[in-house]
Ligand binder design. Structure first.
Ligand code: NAD
Length: 293
């Protein structure tokens, strides 16, 4: 069994990006700049956005954090997005989700210029991804592709079972794994909350990608010998022995599943660290005008 080290892979990708930025600077080019809009004070969102801004600093990007209180109006938010769309200094920006209930998330995401949509959530980027055109890919699925590629995991003709169909992970993952290029070219099954007999499907999988948010959902009896298991789940569970008062648990019963696997990601330290690396990569691509040439 090989542990897929997301932390190490993320560091490698960030070093590659930093080297690229150093070269851009040396040639007098424009330093990539990411902006992030954060609404409210939700602990998880604040941590995610802070980590994204710190990561920008690490690789030499410029970064701007724009914060609003929970009671910001939709119009205020849309006006800021319009401003960022037209600001030549900003190469890409993200709106941290979830947004408060009084704000229409779809409307906000659609207001982002697709050329600056480094989260890959705008329908134009989703459509381009589905059509196999150059697009900003959502960071978590893109990170999983990187992990598969950098560990040279065979995917062609394999049966990949994706569990979870969210717009940010499961759904795009299933599409990308079905595409005729590496890593991909799989026969894909997409399972979700209404799937009847989940184990029937996962037992046939050469590759399982679990993105659900139910700790330990995937047990050893549901996994065939030699499978590749990618665990996207990160659920906070109470743990008094930790300083934070919680620890992260994945969707996979790691201790019992790992001995059956050819490759498996740990939680934490698997998929998680790659998400930030791929956001940086998208921002670099935005600055280089690579996606919409
Ligand atoms: P979501 O809540 O939007 O979607 C969960 C999906 O799981 C749904 O499509 C639902 O149909 C499916 N589901 C629910 N119960 C199920 C069951 N019993 N059997 C099969 N499918 C079931 O979640 P999401 O945003 O895709 O996130 C999923 C998990 O991944 C969460 O734990 C989240 O924290 C984590 N996540 C991690 C990263 C990262 O590591 N960077 C990024 C995004 C999400």
């Amino acid at each position: 069994m090989t542990l897929l080290d997301g932390k190490k892979t993320s560091e490698t990708i960030q070093q590659e990006i930093a080297a690229d930025v150093a070269e851009i600077k040396a040639n007098g080019g424009k330093v990539p700049h990411l902006a992030a809009i954060l609404v409210g004070n939700d602990g998880g969102s604040v941590t995610y956005v802070t980590n994204k801004v710190l990561a920008c600093e690490r690789v030499g990007f410029g970064s701007t954090l724009i914060r609003y209180e929970d009671d910001v109006t939709e119009d205020e938010l849309l006006a800021k997005i319009e401003e960022l769309n037209n600001d030549d200094e900003i190469d890409g920006f993200i709106v941290q989700l979830p947004l408060p209930k009084h704000i229409n998330t779809d409307k906000v995401l659609e207001a982002v210029d697709p050329k600056k949509d480094v989260d890959g959530f705008h329908p134009t980027n989703v459509g381009r991804m589905v059509a196999g055109l150059s697009a900003y890919l959502p960071a978590t699925p893109a990170g999983i592709l990187q992990l598969l590629a950098r560990y040279e995991i065979e995917t062609k003709g394999k049966h990949c079972v994706v569990v979870g169909r969210s717009n940010i992970v499961g759904s795009p993952m299933s599409i990308l794994m079905s595409k005729p290029n590496y890593p991909g070219n799989c026969t894909v099954t997409l399972c979700h909350r209404n799937t009847v007999n989940l184990a029937y499907h996962t037992l046939q999988a050469d590759i399982i990608i679990a993105a659900v948010g139910i700790p330990g959902l995937i047990t050893a009896e549901m996994v065939k010998e030699g499978a590749v298991v990618i665990d996207v789940g990160t659920t906070r569970v109470a743990d008094e022995t930790r300083k934070a008062g919680y620890r992260l648990r994945g969707d996979v019963d790691f201790d019992n599943v790992a001995p059956k696997c050819s490759f498996i990601t740990p939680v934490p330290g698997g998929v998680g660290p790659l998400t930030i690396a791929m956001l940086l990569k998208n921002t670099l691509r935005a600055a280089k005008r690579e996606v919409y040439a």
